[in-house]
Design a protein around this ligand. Structure first.
Ligand code: ZN
Ligand code: ZN
Ligand code: ZN
Length: 386
């Protein structure tokens, strides 16, 4: 990143101007959403919501750092004096947000109270530490305190163009890992050995963090959230490989492909063909105007017709962005209507205890007409020659 004219003096450049514009727009949308929800203030402490709103990946320290969004007034950051340099070096500096600091012997909750003197209804981010939330409530007892809930989630689930590009880059990076997985799956190796190699590849492919590595061979594939074990891979094993990481952008990848070490059983091949149809049906169905639960049904109906309905034991997908699992959830009962920019997984599977399992997972982003796929590796069963 180059020097930004928006940053005063010799501060390290926190972000490009376009990032600043993006973050300004997010803060403006959050302020409008808070206003529409009848909130006088929205208080956000370190975590993904804070990163989303102002780009500051603050450490979750015991000393209070908080973004205070006030409809009708400018947002403001309250930070410990010791953390001021970190806050100014973050995009908060480029945004030129007002920063108020507190000294070691001060009560930071009084600073929050002074920043919203007439507030009668205040929301806190859903994952604020309970200790902080209760201390704030004690400092401003006349206000009604609620959790932010949908006020922030509804912003985060509609991805902007910048976010869609970040998710596509994450998808390309995890695809590059899957492209090398077949070469790691040799009979005689353990799931753990293969998983270690995959973790290295996740970092080598451009991720800054490994979030999870699932290598589930044979009967272990029947457990959707199996990670790795010392089970030795054998000829004839189907192997479910579900992997993901976080990119330097902060956005996450998550993709599953199912491999087979040599030829699998005919029963597995028949079931896998139905799974591939189910996944394709859900991807074809997803578009603006349809409900989340209808995308789940599109996949589930195909598996049910194939006699595998009972074996599809989880929802069809989850939203993804700064977190691997976020809104919207693609699950029966969720009547939310899809809109352009919503990003989520489509990952049906089947799980037969004591035998095997399989899953195919892509991240898709709702476009104007249908979805854009972030994962583009072949979805057919990848048979490893032995
Ligand atoms: Zn999961
Ligand atoms: Zn996954
Ligand atoms: Zn997933």
């Amino acid at each position: 990143m180059s020097n930004s004219p928006l940053v005063a003096g010799s501060q390290p450049d926190p972000s490009s101007p376009s990032d600043v514009d993006e973050l300004r727009a997010r803060l403006a949308r959050a302020s409008a959403a808070a206003d529409a929800a009848g909130l006088d203030a929205l208080v956000v402490t370190p975590g993904h919501d804070l990163t989303y709103l102002c780009g500051y990946r603050a450490l979750p320290l015991e000393r209070l750092t908080a973004l205070v969004i006030r409809p009708g007034s400018d947002p403001l950051m309250i930070v410990p004096e010791l953390e001021r340099p970190a806050a100014e070096a973050s995009p908060v500096g480029g945004l030129r947000l007002e920063i108020r600091t507190w000294q070691e012997t001060e009560d930071p909750c009084r600073l929050v109270a002074a920043s919203v003197p007439t507030a009668s209804r205040i929301a806190v981010d859903d994952r604020m530490w309970a200790r902080t939330a209760f201390a704030l409530r004690d400092a401003i007892p006349q206000a009604e305190w609620v959790t932010a809930g949908d006020v922030i989630a509804d912003l985060r689930l509609r991805k902007t163009a910048v976010e869609v590009l970040a998710l596509q880059a994450a998808g390309a990076a995890i695809d590059a890992v899957h492209a090398q997985v077949a070469g790691l799956l040799r009979p005689g190796r353990t799931e753990r050995e293969v998983g270690g190699d995959i973790a290295d590849l996740i970092l080598a492919s451009g991720h800054s963090q490994v979030d999870f590595v699932i290598v589930a061979g044979g009967e272990n594939g029947a457990s959707p959230h199996h990670e790795v074990s010392d089970r030795v891979l054998q000829v004839g094993d189907p192997v479910v490989v579900d992997i993901g990481g976080t990119m330097p952008s902060g956005y996450c990848s998550d993709s599953t492909r199912t491999y087979s070490i040599g030829e699998p059983s005919p029963a597995f091949l028949t079931a896998y063909a139905a799974l591939q149809d189910a996944q394709a049906a859900a991807v074809a169905h997803a578009r603006p105007g349809v409900t989340c639960e209808s995308v789940d049904a599109a996949a589930r109906n195909v598996l049910t017709e194939a006699g595998l309905g009972e074996a599809f034991v989880h929802r069809t997908g989850h939203g993804i962005g700064l977190e691997t699992h976020e809104e919207p959830y693609i699950v029966s009962g969720n009547t939310r209507v899809l809109e352009p920019g919503m990003a989520f997984s489509i990952e049906p599977g089947f799980y037969l205890q004591g035998q095997f399992g399989a899953r195919i997972e892509d991240i898709v982003v709702c476009a104007e007409d249908g979805v854009v796929n972030c994962n583009n590796r072949p979805r057919g069963l990848a048979i490893v020659e032995v």
